[in-house]
Each structure stands twice: as structure tokens, then as C-alpha cells.
Ligand binder design. Sequence first.
Ligand SMILES: [Zn+2]
Length: 115
Amino acid sequence: MTDAEYVSHFRGMPETYAPKRRDYPLSNLNDGRRLVRVRCSYYKRAHCYFPDDLIQIFGDVDVDSLACRMKCENGKDHGRLDVEAFSPTGREAVGLRIRRLVAIKINRVPVWSDG
Ligand SMILES: [Zn+2]
């Protein structure tokens, strides 16, 4: 293996470990003033959330995994949501509307037994 071959081989390595590389739990965002922005590409609108609120619902999961866990409330067929962590700075923070968790409703599902 020449030096050039070795370098290209080495550079290719991180792709192999892609799932591990992006592991980034929500609790990591609490050290700063970071928020989570969730955008529906179909509905073309975004909502901002506090990581703590999302932890109450989903647990301390990987930020990227929210793309699959969350569903657009305007249509279940809107597909994967675009999720990113960000820290609002200066102008962006002014007037930024952040969704707060008001309550978690539990669906009551009847289970029947024909006896
Ligand atoms: Zn949508």
C-alpha cells in the first residue's frame, strides 16, 4: 500500500462508523442555551423546542433520532422531519418563539375481553 492509498483508506473510515459518530443525546444541549429546531419540509414551517421539554416526551434520546420519532402535526404523511440543534444568537433570539410543553395527554385505549 502506497502512502496515497493509505490516506484515502483512512479517510474512508469514519463513514463505516456513521451511526456511532452522530450519537448526540438531548441532555448535551442543556449545558448551553441551545434549542432544537424541527422543520417540516412539506409544511415549510419550523418550531423551536427546549431540549428539556423533548426529554420529558422522548427521554434523553439522540437528537437526530427525533427526525423519526416526531411526526408533523399537520399531516402524518409529511415524512421525516428536519431536526437540528442550534443556539440562537443576538438578533435571532429576539422575538424567537419557542414552543413550551403544556401537558402530555395519555390516550386511553380500551381493551376488551369477551367472556
Ligand atoms: Zn408537515
